[in-house]
Design a protein around this ligand. Structure first.
Ligand SMILES: O=P(O)(O)OC[C@H]1O[C@H](OP(=O)(O)OP(=O)(O)O)[C@H](O)[C@@H]1O
Ligand SMILES: Nc1ncnc2[nH]cnc12
Length: 199
């Protein structure tokens, strides 16, 4: 009897998520820092330069997606507005659906709403009540995590609909603001590609 050439395929359902140092070094160069925007004392991390650079944009999307390929992600939830740009690309790569998590008042049918605090103010986000089915495996995507207030509100909305939030991923982490740790404490793995100190 000869042994089978291939091992039986293992079903991957758990994300093994970590930040990548190599990616950080390259992608960080394509993100601009704008001092004192939108308020004095805030250093705004502007990803429009990364989005406008074909290689950096592709690399960022590929790196966000990489740990989740084959994990049977049913839907990507992208947070308005910058999370829509990345979330759409990630959904395409993973052959997943896309769910918009929108600022209040933009969705036409029945919604769940959550209020949250930002690094610079407060806001409210909403999701359609029928956007996710109970038990569906959802990956949350946004461009940046700072205090984590926005992502926490989004995780709570998704959990409120019965989704299984497999992980949350972001290009940029501002670790001094503690957002990524806040989301990990909710039991949701976090992937980030670039960290900036001295926000
Ligand atoms: O971790 P937090 O402290 O919650 O901050 C992160 C959020 O802030 C930014 O969005 P913003 O609310 O500025 O909206 P925009 O994408 O529409 O510009 C960013 O895109 C994240 O969604
Ligand atoms: N410093 C920052 N730069 C860009 N987007 C942000 N969202 C929250 N804080 C931010």
């Amino acid at each position: 009897m000869t042994a089978p050439l291939t091992k039986p395929a293992r079903r991957r359902t758990k994300a093994s998520v970590s930040s990548s140092e190599t990616v950080s070094m390259n992608l960080a160069d394509s993100i601009r820092a704008i001092p004192d925007y939108p308020r004095p004392g805030i250093v705004f991390r502007d990803i429009t330069t990364l989005l406008g650079d074909a290689r950096a944009f592709r690399r960022a999307v590929d790196e966000l997606v990489q740990p989740f390929a084959g994990l049977k992600i049913a839907k990507i939830a992208g947070i308005e507005a910058r999370g829509f740009i990345l979330g759409g690309a990630v959904a395409h790569q993973l052959s997943a659906g896309f769910v918009p998590v929108r600022k209040k008042g933009k969705l036409p049918l029945e919604t769940l709403r959550a209020t949250y605090a930002l690094e610079y103010g407060t806001d409210e986000i909403e999701i359609h009540r029928d956007a996710v089915q109970p038990g569906e495996r959802v990956l949350l995507v946004d461009d940046l995590i700072a205090t984590g207030g926005t992502a926490e509100a989004a995780v709570n909305l998704l959990a409120g609909l019965g989704a299984e939030v497999v992980a949350a991923c972001f290009i940029v982490d501002l670790p001094e603001l503690g957002g990524a740790d806040k989301i990990r404490r909710l039991g949701v793995p976090v992937r980030t590609l670039v960290s900036f100190g001295g926000h």
